[in-house]
Design a protein around this ligand. Sequence first.
Ligand SMILES: *Cc1c(COP(=O)(O)O)cnc(C)c1O
Length: 446
Amino acid sequence: MTVEMPAQRRLVQTEIPGPKSQALHAERQQHITDGFGITLPVFVEQAGGGIIVDVDGNQLIDLASGIAVTSIGASVPEVTDAIAEQAAKFTHTCFMVTEYEGFVEVCKRLNEMAPGDFAKKSALFTTGAEAIENAVKIARSYTGRPAVVVLDHAYHGRTNMTMAMTAKNVPYKHGFGPFAPEIYRAPTAYPYRYDGTPEQCAEAALAKLKEIVLTQLGADNVAAIIAEPLQGEGGFIVPAPGFLKGVQDFAREHGIVFVADEIQAGFGRTGKMFCSEWEDLEPDLITTAKALAGGMPLSAVTGRAEIMDAAAPGGLGGTYAGNPVACAAAIASMDYIEANDLIGRAGKIEAQVMPRLEALVGADSIVGEARGRGAMLAIEFVKPGTKEPNPEAAKAVSVACHAEGVLTLTCGTHGNVMRLLPPLVIEDELLDDALTVIERAVRDAS
Ligand SMILES: *Cc1c(COP(=O)(O)O)cnc(C)c1O
């Protein structure tokens, strides 16, 4: 079944949120916990390509993709047909009870696609946090060691262990402790906030990480080092070149499992299937989720066969792990990415967007830096003439964009980064229009 989509253009017919959204939001507040936040209280009727149609008939330009999930669009017929067909056959068996081919096919393709010239195996789960939890379980059972090293500005999820692994307190951790033990934090290589060259930044962060592992923890107590190859919630930080390669080499030298969390940056988003490829990394384990299954909940751990096999049978799993409908969506989504060269498209988006973001940067500008890869791009707001974080400016620009019908997200440890995550299928004109709105909002907030 296909539902006709309106034309791919921005359309603001009411204030945003409009009256219908406002009424629905009031109802939501009566029935839904206040513990869920909201970026823009607009109720969605339909979404596809680069637009979101709301219940008041407004059409927003989507620069969020549901947080890097709907990279191929939110209603691609190839995917929705695959979902409908699988659902009509069966919705669930539990893969730990009886098997189905979709699960095997997704794992086989992940094993083939993931970087690294070695035998690989995969496991499927449902959410990103669950993939991270399982990567830690696998690394611990393989090494027989307890400690896990994560980085400054890291985001790994909202479950107990992944909260401990996440760097930022409010809103992710505050009031939710005590947290899982044996999680240790090392600096990341954040070039914009390092006084020196990117090379020095990488060296300094690596030296500190080594010191923490060797002197504070003892390398033979460390099961895994986990890093996002492009840090997401923490502020779209592209690590200084060489840092992650250094971490990987160091991990290997000491029998520590090196895990790349590609949950946000993976699956074509940065202009490579896996963001690790930008630095020729060959992580022992890779976690994926978000864009993996065209909007359906599915996550994976993929990596070296001997590590993946370390957990005893029955040790891994989950009732919904690798749901068959989600697997069907993942297969259709992988086919769609390939058939439409959406990985190449991510590079074209960078070429279109980056020059316009860079033009906003200046010594006396509220934009301190433009950065990112592919269709994972951001601007960091600062007080003009300084590097002091300016979350008020990020907020003001976002609010202005929302009012004009452009859905943007913020991120960053200080909340001072505006991130752009357009669907990879967004049309050039639509993206141009969104950029014009952003430029105007930055000028007005200056
Ligand atoms: C979103 C995200 C997670 C958590 O995924 P959920 O599906 O929300 O549990 C973990 N790591 C990174 C890098 C993410 O962006």
